[in-house]
Ligand binder design. Structure first.
Ligand SMILES: O=C(O)CCC(=O)C(=O)O
Length: 304
């Protein structure tokens, strides 16, 4: 990772206005305050039966109705408003409404794998039809077979459909662990064997979650797609396994400040921005914030 000084030097070599515009937008105009978001708790009741049935053997399961269809539609509107202000969907993590489903999600995941913490790790998508973009290519969330001492998964990825996600709109595909020849001893072996993948079309508000060792990917936006594919994700880690290298856990989710959320968003842009072609000024903003945070933590650690 670059130091603050190196990051500043890179930034100074860019056309001067673009980064300043991003910072002005976020920090002076408080553009995020201008985004209308639904308030309070969603009234939905998530149904964990499918998860309890499928996850232990397959390492993948759906969680119907994590969000009500109305709440999912309201969150799609937020993603559209972000886009109208020139911000990628990952800025949704600045807003309370995108964290609210964790109150229902965490108990379900904990029911399956035991006590968990939420990692500072996630991404959001709002893929327009005809944009030429598709979901992410096949990969695993971790290439270590992360298991708890009792054999349960150590790391779980959760993916929440906000739009109606179909075979034509980049639905997720996951290879069940029981049919994955790469699991558990050859997770990084290429080419991946995708022959036993299952596609997971989901209505708005349903979630899909999988053992992060699982091979998974977002499918194509086909020419038949008529609407955008909107979704976002979380990563939960069992507290009984050592923390995934390079990742922080989020301590007090309910009381995260805007600065902490912007730090998190910047960290995700640094990590995943290349996959989604985030614009160069935003990448530089993210690198700067991430370098500043690292330096702040280093100074804090020294002072302590
Ligand atoms: O939404 C996608 O296309 C990919 C999601 C994914 O692979 C992930 O969250 O790890």
């Amino acid at each position: 990772m670059r130091t603050v000084v190196e990051t500043f030097e890179t930034i100074m070599s860019y056309p001067p206005t673009s980064l300043r515009e991003v910072m002005h937008l976020l920090e002076r105009e408080h553009v995020l305050d201008t985004i209308a978001q639904p308030e309070g708790a969603d009234t939905t009741t998530a149904d964990p039966r499918a998860a309890l049935r499928d996850f232990p053997s397959e390492g993948v399961a759906t969680l119907p109705a994590l969000l009500s269809p109305e709440r999912a539609a309201a969150l799609v509107k937020v993603l559209d408003e972000l886009a109208a202000r020139g911000l990628p969907p990952v800025f949704a993590y600045a807003l309370d409404a995108f964290w609210e489903p964790l109150a229902r999600l965490v108990p379900v995941v904990e029911g399956l794998v035991g006590p968990c913490e939420v990692l500072a790790d996630g991404w959001a998508w709002n893929i327009a039809p005809g944009s030429g973009k598709s979901g992410w290519a096949p990969h695993r969330g971790t290439y270590d077979p992360m298991r708890q001492p009792d054999g349960r998964p150590g790391l779980v990825n959760v993916w929440i459909a906000l739009s109606d996600v179909t075979l034509d709109t980049a639905c997720m595909h996951v290879v069940p662990l029981s049919k994955d020849p790469g699991y558990p001893h050859a997770l990084a072996r290429q080419p991946f064997d995708t022959s036993h993948a299952k596609a997971y079309p989901l209505p708005p508000g349903d979630a899909l979650f999988w053992d992060a060792c699982s091979l998974h990917w977002g499918g194509p936006m086909t020419p038949a797609a008529t609407h955008a594919r909107a979704a976002y994700s979380f990563t939960l880690q069992a507290t009984s396994v050592p923390r995934l290298g390079g990742f922080d856990a989020i301590g007090d989710i309910k009381n995260m400040s805007l600065i902490q959320r912007l730090d998190l968003i910047a960290g995700q842009i640094v990590r995943y921005g290349m996959l989604d072609e985030v614009a160069a000024p935003l990448l530089e903003w993210a690198e700067l914030l991430t370098a500043l945070r690292a330096s702040r933590l280093a100074h804090g650690a020294k002072a302590g």
